[in-house]
Design a protein around this ligand. Sequence first.
Ligand code: PAF
Length: 318
Amino acid sequence: MNKNQQQPWHILGAGAIGCLWAHAMQQWQLDVTILTRNKQQHQQLQTQGIQLTDGKVTYTSRPASLYPGLGGAKISNLLVCTKAYATLSAVESWRKLLHPQANILLLQNGMGTAQALQTRLPKANIYCATTTDGAWRQGPWRVVRAGMGDTQIGTFSAHLSSHTAPAQIAHLLTLSAAHTNLLRLHWHADILTPIWHKLAINSVINALTAVYQINNGELIKHSQARPRLEQLCKETEDVMSRCHITPIPHGLLQQALRVLNQTADNQSSMLQDCLADRPTEIDAINGFIIQQGSLLHLPCAAHKQICDDLHQQYPRPS
Ligand code: PAF
């Protein structure tokens, strides 16, 4: 694909991962625009640019940006990196510019958003991605790359083929293969499997560590949390099996214990969100398991209990 045939990309949700992608796309010389929340965010980005620290080096990139109401060209390729709970309203604020058949690539934790988005935008071409990239936000437009991971991308929309990437995404795969130091992107013909597997791990670790306020490693031997971990694993696996999802090799509990050992000193993302008084992703994680379970008449009692405990401990602002 030559440069004249390339359509621009827009990025919604410029947290750590969104900024990482904006930086990579600029390095790949793509036309990339960040959709900011408001004029102030837009001005701040235009003044300081994105600063990405990778090891000892800090790179500055200066992508274009827009804020709602400013107008602009139609959005044909949209990367969405917002938290799951913020996605629908964030996309809604750009609806006027969004091409009805836009390619929308969702890169976020949890599940349920792609379906909700497809219901609102039936003609949109929706793709999903899951990543093991590590990055964290040091401040506004300042991101630290914590670890190089892999990103699997695949088709969500039922009206699209799952075997081949569309031209715009195929182009990203080619660029990534030529510059593996930026993002390692891969096409996955069955993307729901890795997304479910990540969701399963998150569903048994994150809320528990937030309720007991413990690091990941402490969960392994915690007298109250450990039996709950085992029950959550069982319920998540029951739902997955009834949804015909490929099982996790060696079982969810073994995989969860492996992740807990590898990340023993870390605080889960949900514990961090709770301690910082931010909304959590529990609805798109445990809430999604409960919802799928209820469609299959599975009670998911341990998931319901952990949701209740979390909501009681960290009440949401009304
Ligand atoms: O969400 C997270 O924090 C992580 O994915 C993990 C490893 C499940 C818990 O730290």
